[in-house]
Design a protein around this ligand. Structure first.
Ligand SMILES: Cc1cc2nc3c(=O)[nH]c(=O)nc-3n(C[C@H](O)[C@H](O)[C@H](O)COP(=O)(O)OP(=O)(O)OC[C@H]3O[C@@H](n4cnc5c(N)ncnc54)[C@H](O)[C@@H]3O)c2cc1C
Length: 426
């Protein structure tokens, strides 16, 4: 009889894992507390498939920025700060934060950018195959992306990492303002505020919610049993096997894949597994574009105001903010107003024309690992695997991470060395 694998979580990582595991011949059950797939972080993200420059957030110098994030979360600036570090989280974040800061040096940052890129490139290849084989419509576009800078020093400061990934094969070009506007006319109204941009012509975009729902349907057709409205209460290791506890029963499994984003830490801890993953809350707005004439052609990451703007189907998706606010998933009106301000900052004419009643706000928790690399693979407890910690790159790296995890779990050699991504790394 084939191996029974229980996957906890039906976000991007859980659904992709379930699909590949079923395709490899495993009997798979997915347990998800929501009533459908991709209802949390994978629902409303920026849609940016950042295959070329997937840098971690541990940029050297981040230590100097931290007091500012905390200070802004105290005062009147709270409404206009892109990053917040709530006082209530300071103590809780200490062990994770120390590891985060330990990784914020040039050598580790460049190394982890390269490793993330290898995984992202593999993910791009996996997605291309999935597109061909499974024909999932997720509003995918090979549109390229732009990092837009309002400050020349910030642009110049970006070059070392670009040169580094360029040596590994990344394709990018530096654009002056005029060339930028030829590529991206939608930025015309803010041209006088822009110093220049980096263009990545091979980057992609797509709707992760549609992708996850489509892949879940393909996985179900392969025999995966999806059990929604089923929170997992605990995982037990009996020595002779594993069981996963829900309110109704304890399900036996040969292997368990924990893909429950930041909640993975709670499920893993009683087994003696410590996962250095913290919630980094983000917001996004979805706004119908209707017949707006100058739609952005690229995914635009405006580095000056820390916003990502993207077209997904017939809607504009604007993503931003990093709030270290614990597991708070409430939509705060202040932060939604701040997001509306970002639309105004990047696309002022569109912002003035839109009907606020049509704007759909969203918030989700990015599962952010301490060193900026996801956690993929065995945990040291026999049969227990993890697929989480992708932070702001979970859409970019989902297909590749799940395929590699499946190969490892099924005793095959993964195409990318998973050692640096091991959940057991120190
Ligand atoms: C605002 C924002 C913008 C982003 N933009 C981008 C982007 O442009 N590009 C990119 O690559 N990434 C982006 N990301 C990151 C990306 O969305 C995430 O990394 C990714 O969605 C994480 O997928 P996941 O499956 O790990 O988590 P989730 O989608 O959160 O799925 C985890 C699932 O586990 C379930 N679960 C948790 N606990 C339990 C339990 N006890 N029992 C049962 N089920 C449980 C949850 O209900 C949930 O469905 C963004 C994220 C945010 C929030």
């Amino acid at each position: 009889m084939s191996m029974h694998v229980i996957v906890v979580g039906a976000g991007l990582q859980g659904v992709c894992s379930a699909f590949y595991l079923a395709r490899a011949g495993a009997r798979v059950t997915v347990l998800e507390r929501n009533s459908g797939p991709a209802r949390e972080a994978s629902f409303g993200n920026g849609g940016y498939l950042q295959f070329e420059c997937p840098e971690p957030w541990n940029r050297p110098g981040v230590l100097r920025a931290l007091p500012g994030w905390w200070w802004e979360s105290l005062g009147a600036n709270r409404k206009t700060a892109p990053k917040l570090l709530r006082t209530s989280q300071l103590l809780r974040l200490v062990p994770w934060g120390l590891r985060f800061l330990r990784a914020a040096n040039t050598e580790t940052f460049l190394r982890n950018t390269t490793l993330n890129r290898e995984l992202a490139q593999y993910s791009r290849a996996c997605m291309a195959l999935l597109r061909e084989d499974e024909r999932i419509d997720y509003a995918g576009r090979s549109c390229g992306s732009l990092f837009v800078f309002r400050d020349r020093a910030a642009l110049d400061g970006y070059l070392p990492v670009l040169e580094h990934i360029g040596e590994a094969g990344a394709v990018w070009e530096r654009l002056d303002r005029d060339t930028l506007l030829q590529h991206e006319p939608s930025l015309g109204p803010i041209a006088d505020r822009i110093e220049g941009a980096i263009r990545f012509p091979r980057e992609e975009s797509g709707d992760s919610w549609r992708f996850t729902c489509g892949l879940a349907a393909r996985a179900a057709a392969l025999g995966v049993a999806f059990r929604y409205d089923t929170p997992v209460l605990g995982i037990e290791n009996h020595g002779s096997g594993l069981s996963v506890r829900t309110a109704e029963e304890a399900l036996r499994a040969d292997a368990v894949v924990i893909a429950a984003a930041t909640y993975s830490t709670h499920l893993a801890r009683p087994l003696g597994i410590r996962l250095p993953v913290a919630p980094a809350k983000g917001y996004a707005l979805t706004i119908p574009l209707e017949d707006w004439p100058t739609r952005p052609r690229h995914v635009i990451a405006d580095m000056g105001v820390h916003a990502a703007v993207n077209v997904l189907g017939d809607a504009l998706r604007v993503a931003g903010t990093v709030d270290f606010a614990g597991a708070d998933t409430r939509l705060h009106p202040d932060r939604v107003a701040y997001m509306m301000g970002l639309v105004e900052a990047v696309l002022p004419e569109f912002a003035r024309s839109l009907d606020p009643a049509t704007v759909q706000p969203f918030t989700g928790l990015r599962p952010l690992s301490a060193d900026g690399l996801p956690l993929i693979g065995p945990t040291g407890v026999a049969g227990v695997y993890v697929n989480t910690g992708h932070g702001g790159l979970g859409w970019t790296q989902a297909a590749g991470s799940a395929r590699l995890l499946t190969d490892q779990l099924c005793g095959q050699t993964p195409a990318v060395d998973l050692e640096p991504f091991s959940p057991q790394r120190r």
